[in-house]
Every structure is written in C-alpha cells, then in structure tokens.
Design a protein around this ligand. Structure first.
Ligand SMILES: Nc1ncnc2c1ncn2[C@@H]1O[C@H](COP(=O)(O)OP(=O)(O)OP(=O)(O)O)[C@@H](O)[C@H]1O
Ligand SMILES: [Mg+2]
Length: 378
C-alpha cells in the first residue's frame, strides 16, 4: 500500500479539528498550518506546520506535503491561494472562488449579479458617505468590515451620524474597507450546508440559527418553516454556490423576512457552525463531506437520522484554561454529545466547544440541550 493521501488545511481551529477527525477516520493524513503550535487541530497531527500563512518557504513545504489544500476560514488572501495553485497543488475551494467570497462587498455584488436576493448594500469609503448610505438604506443600517469579520466582530448597528463616525474608526482599525447594509427585520435566520464536486452536489437540511450578541448560539435542524420556504432556501443556497463557481464545502447564511422572502446574508467557503449537528444526526457529517469533496470522492448522504437535532455552542464562561471544569456534571445527561475544542485558554464568549442533542420530539430535545448547556463550565 502506498502513502495515504494528505489533505492540508490552512488554519487549525475547531473547524479544522473536526475535519481532521473525519479525514483520519477515512484513513487520510491531515496537515495543519497555523500561526502557533498546539492549535485545536495542530495538536492532533504529526504534520503540524507552524508560522505565518504568507511565509512562502513554509507554504512550499506545506504544499509539497499535501495532495490538496483546503481551508477553515476565508481570511487568507486569495493571492496566497493562487500562489499555492501555481506551485502545482490544487486548492479547494479555489483561489477564484475565494476571491469572490472573502471581500463581503464583492461577494454581495457577485450574488446580486446572479439574481440572488440579498439585502440592499452600498460601499463606504469615507466618513462623508454617511448621508448617501442613510438615504439609500434608511436608518438604522449595519456597517460591516468587508474582510476579516467573524462572530459579528466586524459589524456595527448605525442609528445616527455619531454611531457611524465612532464605528467607522473602530471597524477600520480591523480592516480598512467597509460597506453598509440595510437592516433586515428577519423573522428567522436559516443556514444551509452544501458539498459540491464536479460530479455531484449534496445539500443538507435547512437549519435555523439563533444568534446572541451577533454570535451563533443555538442551531435547530430542521428549521420549522413551510415547505415552500424550505425549498426556496435550498435553491438560493445552491445558486449562491454556483455563482462563485464553488467546489468543496459551503455554509450559506440566510434571512427569512416576514413576507416569506429569502435573502442571502453571507456564504462561508468551509465547514460552518450551523452544520455541527450533522456529526451525530446526518448519515455523513459536513466534515466528512468536506474531506470527500476536496478529494473529488463520492459524497455521503445528508439525510437526517433522528427527526430533530439541537446544537448549542459552549461559549467561555471564565477567563482561565480551556478545559471543562465539571466533567461529572457536564456528562451527567445521557444522550448529550459533548465536544470540547482543546483551546488552551478560555475567554468569556469564546467558542470553546458545543453540545448536540438529537431526538424525535423537538420540544424535549431543545429543553434538554438548554438545560445541559447551563450545567457546563468551560
Ligand atoms: N443586514 C443585516 N440585518 C440584520 N441583521 C444582520 C445583518 N447582517 C448581519 N446581521 C446579524 O449579525 C449576525 C452576524 O453577521 P454576519 O453574518 O454578517 O457577520 P460575521 O461576523 O461575518 O458572521 P459569523 O457570525 O457568521 O462569523 C447575523 O447572523 C445577523 O444576526
Ligand atoms: Mg455570519
């Protein structure tokens, strides 16, 4: 037998860690490139590359060891991915796809060009753009960093010019370019995961996501929505992936408005928090289909096992080390699946792990998940 195929993942956080578990189970090697050693995924492989993802010597070594390279976030400049492709290593999703996604303004323009409904938006280049934005979008609106935003860190709600000036300064410290978006009064937020290869497409059930302080807190699958909305959501997600010529795994975040309209909020070219429930409740998880899709292998079934799954993120409750402080309490509920990400430090609000509960009675599953989350200290 020859050497197993190796998948290189740019980034070593929890998403890479869970893709690593899925890849290893199928017998593949996983290489991880992360700035510091001992990351959630890096600590689990002998192929741990440590350093900056823009260090070309490091990238050469990393790509020499990988049959294909994929990613766990959209923050690495697409030009770096292009550099890897020019070294002769396939990158999936490709540099071209990432170039259409990683800048939120370009992403929205691409979606709009493909007739995919999105919230109204406008570029913001200076503080003098406030009047133009307020006139076009009406107040309040959302100011967003075009790049490097996650867990809502790149967003601000703007109610007046003072908010705008303050947030303009704060957000441009994160990334120099901004955009503004209509404030959508959604009734629900939905998400759809899609895996796509040259030969097939696998679409996961539509999930409902509930954010607290702009961070994903709870995911309920499937979402409680009408059949028409369910179909519309999956269709919008699929067209969005095609619009960015996407191959690999994608998470598409959607707004459902009170008139039953679906708008695409944003898409992620990687596994997504809204798809963690697929580990226990789908025949093949998003992570397994991440691995399968980047290797061009047949995709696994996205069918649900039990009728309902609820995932709740375990956000840091203390500012100390990152392990669960009360394992006995945390594991006292049977049927609760506990995932701990192995982060060295916990911070209040940081994603440290998650739990998933599955079952056939939606209300009971949700109650159990909520009760269990309250008991865990991490
Ligand atoms: N135009 C909008 N109207 C209303 N609410 C919005 C809008 N854009 C974002 N939000 C709220 O803020 C949350 C985070 O926004 P968004 O998805 O743009 O940010 P992010 O930080 O890139 O995402 P993530 O939390 O997925 O990492 C959304 O899930 C939604 O609850
Ligand atoms: Mg989002």
């Amino acid at each position: 037998m020859g050497k197993p195929k190796c998948i290189g993942i740019l980034g070593g956080g929890q998403l890479a860690r869970m893709s690593l578990f899925a890849g290893k189970r199928l017998g593949f090697d996983i290489a991880i490139l992360e700035k510091e050693s001992g990351s959630p995924a890096g600590q689990l492989t002998h192929l741990e590359f440590t350093g900056s993802p823009i260090n070309k010597t490091l990238l050469k070594k990393f790509s020499a060891c990988s049959d294909v390279i994929t990613l766990e976030n959209e923050f690495i400049d697409y030009k770096i991915l292009e550099y890897i492709e020019n070294l002769g290593t396939k990158v999936l999703p490709s540099s071209e796809t990432i170039s259409l996604i990683q800048d939120k303004l370009i992403q929205k323009e691409t979606l709009k060009k493909n007739n995919i409904p999105v919230p109204n938006f406008i570029a913001v280049n200076s503080k003098t753009d406030f009047n133009k934005a307020a006139e076009f979008l009406k107040l309040p609106f959302i100011l967003k960093s075009r790049k490097m935003g996650y867990d809502g860190y790149g967003n601000a709600l703007i109610k007046n010019k003072r908010d705008f000036d303050k947030s303009f300064d704060k957000l441009t410290r994160r990334h120099s370019k901004l955009m503004a978006e209509q404030f959508v009064k959604f009734t629900k937020e939905l998400a759809v995961m899609i895996a796509r290869t040259e030969n097939e497409t696998a679409i996961y059930p539509v999930a409902e996501t509930i954010q607290k302080d702009h961070i994903c807190h709870t995911v309920i699958a499937p979402a409680e929505i009408s059949t028409i909305v369910y179909k519309k959501a999956r269709q919008a997600a699929l067209i969005a992936v095609k619009a960015v010529k996407g191959f690999g795994l994608f998470g598409i975040e959607l707004f459902l408005t009170n008139t039953g309209k679906i708008l695409v909020n944003e898409m992620a070219p990687r596994p997504h928090n809204s798809g963690h429930y697929t580990i226990e409740n789908c025949i093949s998880s998003q992570f397994e289909n991440h691995i399968r899709s980047v290797l061009g292998l047949p995709l696994g079934s996205t069918e649900m096992i039990k009728q309902c799954a609820v995932m709740i993120n375990l956000l840091g409750k203390t500012n100390t080390t990152g392990e669960v402080k009360n394992y006995k309490q945390a594991l006292s509920d049977q049927c609760v699946h506990l995932h701990v990400y192995g982060k060295k430090l916990s911070r209040i609000g940081r994603k440290m792990g998650h739990i998933t509960v599955t079952g056939d009675d939606r209300k009971k599953v949700l109650l159990k998940a909520k009760k269990s989350e309250r008991k865990i200290i991490i």
